[in-house]
Design a protein around this ligand. Structure first.
Ligand SMILES: [Zn+2]
Length: 281
């Protein structure tokens, strides 16, 4: 134990400042998106089977909607630029910009050097949940994705249906890559419908039974052409454990919706980040 200095309490009492005040972030035109969604039609539906992942493609200006069907289930979502897999979702920066959990009006941002919105949340039927007394909330960008390496590290297991492996198989099937080629493209996820937080006393990552019920959904506007992969986590509603076949699991549905012709009149897809990349040389 280190010895606390005499002014320890005074130092602890310093008020925090927000790291990235987001008032200057480009504001999505939610009225336009909402209106476009109202007239949009479902053009494709895919299903992520329990403990499996599905992939899907969404064109710029279309929507995709993830819906809980049959029973409470959380999903792990990866997004890539459909034409350039190096541009992929950046969970850490999205967390820095929007906070630990995402909801309507917030965006999934892409990795450097692109750093632009890939998708904007336009509907969240769990938006009512807010932050519970444990500090838990839904749709987090704090967890990573369940994976077989951590399971092996902690318990010596060889389990093949963690979200990490499910996403690898889905990406390999979608692109023709081998599993070894696909693996480095799989990245930290948006934990759709998952209810998580950090314990106050030990700062540990926790999960609890998701409040999601069949019919609940999260709908996104595609800011760029997207390839997505969604894993129906082996943790089911994540009320007890993951990384095994013991939890009750359900499918997740993904619908692709196309807006009516002209519904996005005047809208422009976001440009890549404007930093000149000279890095001081
Ligand atoms: Zn998982």
């Amino acid at each position: 134990m280190t010895q606390a200095p005499a002014d320890a309490e005074a130092r602890r009492a310093v008020a925090p400042v927000i790291c990235y005040p987001n008032e200057t972030l480009p504001v999505p035109d939610m009225a336009l998106y909402t209106q476009a969604l109202e007239g949009a039609e479902v053009i494709e539906t895919v299903l992520a089977a329990p403990r499996e992942a599905c992939s899907f493609r969404v064109c710029t200006g279309q929507f995709f909607r993830i819906t809980s069907v049959e029973g409470p289930q959380v999903g792990d979502l990866n997004l890539w630029n459909a034409d350039d897999l190096s541009e992929r979702f950046y969970s850490g920066k999205t967390r820095a910009l929007h906070g630990t959990h995402l909801t309507t009006g917030e965006r999934m941002w892409s990795a450097f050097p692109h750093l632009r919105p890939m998708a904007t949340i336009v509907e969240d039927t769990l938006g009512w949940y807010g932050i519970d007394p444990y500090g838990g909330s839904v749709h987090d960008v704090i967890g990573t994705r369940c994976d077989p390496y951590t399971g092996n590290l902690l318990s010596g297991s060889q389990y093949h249906h963690c979200c990490h492996s499910n996403l690898i198989r889905a990406l390999a099937d979608a692109t023709g890559m081998s599993l070894a080629e696909a693996e480095p493209h799989v990245h930290d996820v948006l934990n759709v419908f998952m209810c998580t937080g950090f314990t106050r006393d030990t700062g540990q990552y926790f999960m609890k039974a998701s409040p999601v019920r069949p019919g609940d959904h999260l709908t996104f506007f595609a800011e760029i052409d997207l390839l997505g992969a969604l894993s129906a986590c082996p943790g089911g509603d994540c009320s007890s454990e993951h990384s095994s076949d013991s939890a009750a699991c359900h499918p997740l549905q993904v619908e692709i919706l196309a807006p009516r012709e002209g519904a996005l009149e005047g809208w422009q897809a976001p440009a890549r980040n404007g930093y000149d990349r000279s890095h001081g040389r």
